[in-house]
Write a protein that binds this ligand. Structure first.
Ligand SMILES: Nc1ncnc2c1ncn2[C@@H]1O[C@H](COP(=O)(O)OP(=O)(O)OP(=O)(O)O)[C@@H](O)[C@H]1O
Length: 278
């Protein structure tokens, strides 16, 4: 569904993407995980036609990026990182304008808006001005807007940034539902739990380079199953074990104060890059 080969992007002052190669399958939920400045937004902007690549090739649902621009764009729905709804218009008006831009006929447009607002549980807010919605509601309207023209691929750039834990989980459930209904999903995040919970496969991006790409389970298993955090003078040291007994034996044999926990994706990222995803 998405094929990226030797993708590079250079801005005047930064080499934002360095020889990125990856493939996302139809129906897959793929996460790009990395710290601020890793190149996640740049990737999404290139894939959705908002920024030009410097070199390399990208194919979306069989269309070459750069060729037949309108058809290629129709393959994609985009939920950008910052809220870009018109605050002074209602939920319905925001969606209606988008449908008109995609030249959907009136009957189809109105039916699809109703359908999607129910789908994202915003049916009762159709007439509400966007400025009167909560952050989580605005995200859901943006997701409905991105799905309006029935794209094959939904791109979500940091879909839950700034939301509280309850709303984050609601958005996660919605994203899973969208995937279950057949849409391929490509998302970026710097939240470890988000990638761990949602993604079929995760690519770790660090300073423009994909350092590893695998399923969350395989990535975590690289470190072992159990982690022991030990607070040293001014740092945290973490030790990894394949079974719980080994970890407990280590605790019993040492005087330090340890916290035992399950290995998570942060451990894999840390081991590969020496950095936390922040
Ligand atoms: N328009 C631009 N002009 C120049 N440099 C840019 C531009 N956009 C991004 N960059 C640089 O490219 C690199 C990657 O930025 P990008 O926004 O893609 O990272 P990111 O992983 O999405 O980070 P964040 O989560 O902070 O948005 C950074 O070094 C950034 O400063």
């Amino acid at each position: 569904m998405i094929q990226i080969q030797h993708l590079n992007k250079t801005y005047k002052s930064a080499h934002a993407l360095k020889d990125v190669n990856l493939q996302v399958d139809k129906g897959e939920l793929f996460a790009f995980l990395g710290p601020n400045g890793a190149g996640k937004t740049t990737t999404i902007r290139i894939l959705t036609g908002l920024t030009r690549l410097s070199s390399g090739t990208v194919r979306l649902n069989g269309f070459d990026l750069g060729d037949r621009e309108i058809e290629t764009r129709r393959q994609c729905g985009l939920v950008p990182q910052s809220i870009n709804l018109d605050r002074e218009l209602s939920v319905f008006e925001n969606l209606n304008i988008h449908g008109k831009l995609f030249r959907m006929n009136k009957q189809k447009r109105l039916r699809r808006i109703e359908e999607l607002l129910d789908y994202v549980e915003m049916g009762d807010r159709k007439g509400t001005l966007v400025k009167n919605l909560s952050g989580g509601m605005k995200r859901r309207v943006m997701i409905a807007r991105a799905l309006l023209h029935s794209p094959a691929i939904l791109f979500l750039d940091e879909p839950t940034v700034g939301l509280d834990a309850g709303m984050r989980r609601k958005i996660w459930a919605l994203i899973k539902k969208i995937q279950q209904h057949g849409t391929t999903v490509f998302l970026t995040t710097h939240y470890i739990e988000e990638a761990q919970f949602l993604a079929d496969r995760v690519a770790f991006l660090d300073r423009g380079t994909v350092v590893v790409l695998d399923t969350p389970v395989n990535l975590m298993n690289r470190q072992g199953t159990w982690a022991l955090d030990c607070l040293k003078e001014d740092d945290m040291e973490t030790l990894y074990f394949n079974d719980r007994k080994e970890a407990n034996d280590h605790i019993a044999a040492h005087k330090d104060s340890f916290t035992l926990r399950r290995v998570n994706l942060e451990d894999s990222f840390l081991a590969l890059t020496g950095k936390k995803v922040k």
